[in-house]
Write a protein that binds this ligand. Sequence first.
Ligand code: AMP
Length: 282
Amino acid sequence: MLIFKKVADLRQWLASQTSPIGFAPTMGALHEGHLELIRMAKREGCLAVASIFVNPTQFNDIRDLEKYPRTAEKDAALLLTAKCDALFIPPVEEVYPPGKNLTIELDFNQLDKVMEGEFRPGHFKGMATVVNRLLDIVRPNKLYMGQKDFQQLSIVRDMIRQLALPVELVMCPTVREPDGLAMSSRNVRLTTEMRAIAPLIHQILLWAKTESGKNRPSEEIQEEALQKLVAAGFRPEYFDLVDGVSLLPVKQASDGDFIVACLAAFAGDVRLIDNLVLKQNI
Ligand code: AMP
């Protein structure tokens, strides 16, 4: 696996490649969820390029940025096991050259305002900016991203459409621990006590799926799910049943063909997000 720190070096190598390029941007502290993106790119016949860049512009809380785990050497070893072809691990000034304003100013309508958008102001602008910048550097044929960050994926899809970027977005299913907890770089920060209750998030999502199948009003399901989260020891921020395309709330499961339950909750001081497709007839 080749490791690049500079845009110019990566570009030079990319220019000499003939196979399609599959790209998986990450913030490091890699786990099986990330590796699955690489494996999928390889399965689909791509040269796999991963990036590790803890993007400062998408953190609305400086403490969260500072606490973000950084494990570059271990990450490189893991990428090797997944047969990743190249790793791009740039310093901040390579991604954001001083004096250049690369901020993305797109109107995503409600996509970046609901759910995460409400609780993490500026987060999606920073995320869209860095994904657009990395796409411009790597120019991949395929972009691999996880369903785990469902809203992020919806926004990237819309950005690709609005900017008519020549890249295919591939969604990879959420990889979970055996007990159902969605893998996340943040999980290592969970206390033993919080790690023990964390799988309940997935169980509550599964419960919501059963309940929405009975066509109960979403508001009732949301309210009950929030109560369950609080009773288990979480501090939930939201639990929403939304249309999987518009991300707007649905009144009940019969209101759409593609419905997703999304949530964010603090387990101690670790903020976890997860989602589950409740219904997909499209
Ligand atoms: P991050 O490093 O958290 O920014 O994530 C980088 C990419 O990995 C994003 O496309 C995430 O959606 C994806 N990802 C993170 N966790 C998982 C997971 N448990 N399953 C699948 N994809 C994931």
